[in-house]
Design a protein. Sequence first.
Length: 384
Amino acid sequence: MDAAMGRAWRATRHLLVGAGLSLACYLVFALLLVGLVGTLLVIGAGLLPETVQTVRSFASFERRRVGARTGEGVPEAYPPLTGPLAERLRHATTDPATYRDLRWVLAQLLYGLTLCCLAALLWLPAVIVDGIWCGVLGRRPVLLPVFDAIADLSCSWSRGLLKPPPGAGLAQRVELLTATRAGAVAAHGAELRRIERDLHDGAQARLVALSMRIGLAKRAYDRDPEAARQLLDDAQDQAEQALAELRHVVRGIHPPVLTDRGLDGAVRALAASSGLSVEVSAQGVVDGPRAPAAVEAAAYFVVAEALTNAVKHSGASRAEVELVRTPMLLRVLVRDHGRGGADESAGSGLLGVRRRVAALDGKVSLASPAGGPTEIEVELPCAW
């Protein structure tokens, strides 16, 4: 009896919150009408997107309530209401989810209050009837399960009204891939420009100087062998410097240390040369199959950028790097114990990290509160 009473009370509480949400929907519906009229009259066009955003917030709250009660969440798919006013109006008025939310608002006005009133009317006979039955037949509640059924009915209606329209997930995925592709193209262009700049200003300049030294040595060989020998020595130095520049460019494309030592060995080499006290831990990276070359290169770049930022900006003296390989992804976590406050917009290279990871359909999360620590976590998909 106590368990049944508890379930009945939780169901009634769910219905009471739904009734309060219904009352709030009356206000939202009125705001929608005002926003629509204002948009038609132009003077209040900015009110409609904000009201649609409010409707989305109410709908999201109902999705969370349904998920909390049933244990199964209700997905949502909304395009962002950002940008200039004209663009926000277009998204607000053309998004199919907006009209599904409006349909839910209208329905919630009815069934939210109606089901709550029904539950309230049933409480007195439920207590009386269950009390009689409990006295005659022992602990056997009769009407209390009805409240669960009413609350479940409310959840079922809300789920049916609020689930995303067909194709919404695909459209959202296409939009995400479009943005990802744009970021990947921008990152690729920046990488090409960097390689071209490094070749032009570094290796190419040294190779031109090398050619000039060899030409001068050839002309001076017969008349001044000592001068020719000195020029050849200088040419050898130029050749070694050019090779160093080429190695630097190659490391920027795909670090050879990854090929030679694998991701674990390459990251440990980075840690040893970073100037920090870095603790590296790896799970599933050494023993399991290697990740694709592009994934390993992205992970190496993330660690290199994070440790470089820690040295330049955080004031940290120590850091940790964690590499975790699972059947579906490669996870990289870099944590430094510096002053924190990392800002992606300050030109710290974090935007490049995001673009490189996004090109592989990965995820980046940054946590850097003032006072530290700074944590950069990256997840790169790569099945076995």
